[in-house]
Design a protein around this ligand. Structure first.
Ligand SMILES: [Cu+2]
Length: 201
């Protein structure tokens, strides 16, 4: 019986609202979009993302503020205005968060940071180090080793696709191209522990 009365109350409420003029609901923050949803940039390059907060009708909702965050800042960072900068090869998911009062909505863009085509590695003029030690290079890219007064060489491990070794060199620079994807470790055989890796992808 109680259920019956509750039902009747609902019916009369519905009837009541039918008689009143329909008021469009006030605009409310409903969604946020990020354009473009994917982008591909080189290390050091930038890409501008645009965030748009929308109401329930898909119209711009100007009262929202949008903030930006990178899921992996080691690969790509994002500024307060959505400008993405490539840091290291890999992928970063950038999140735009729209906020209006207590309502938040998020959307993401996926940024692919490509490996560079050319990298210079310094064979230490004073120290027994390759700098940078571990690098990621695009397939077909070139690494140039620069040598100072201190003699070093670049001797690759027995990996298929590794380029020709660089013999002991001073005061010069020598380049090698890497046409094959893979991880190529090398040593300076003059100095124990002096080594580096070229990851080609
Ligand atoms: Cu050396």
């Amino acid at each position: 019986m109680r259920r019956f009365f509750a039902l009747m109350a609902l019916v009369s409420l519905a009837a009541c609202s039918d008689d009143e003029p329909t008021q469009p609901p006030a605009p409310a923050l409903t969604s946020v979009t990020v354009t473009p949803p994917t982008a591909s940039i080189a290390v050091g390059a930038t890409s501008q993302l645009t965030g748009a907060a929308l109401d329930q009708n898909g119209a711009p909702f100007a009262a929202a503020t949008i903030t930006w965050a990178s899921g992996t800042p080691a690969n790509a960072t994002v500024s307060a205005t959505g400008l993405v900068t490539g840091v290291a090869p890999g992928t970063a998911v950038i999140t735009a968060t729209a906020t209006a009062g207590t309502v938040t909505r998020t959307a993401t863009a996926t940024i692919t940071v490509n490996a560079p085509n050319a990298i210079t590695v310094v064979a230490g003029a004073a120290a027994n180090t390759f700098t940078p030690q571990d690098i990621v290079l695009a397939v077909g890219g070139t690494v140039t080793w620069t040598f100072g007064a201190r003699p070093h060489n670049v001797i690759f491990g027995a990996t298929a696709g590794a380029p020709t070794n660089v013999p002991t060199t001073t005061n010069n620079s020598v380049s090698r191209t890497f046409p094959t994807a893979g991880s190529f470790t090398y040593d300076c055989t003059l100095h124990a522990g002096m080594r580096g890796t070229v990851t080609v992808r």
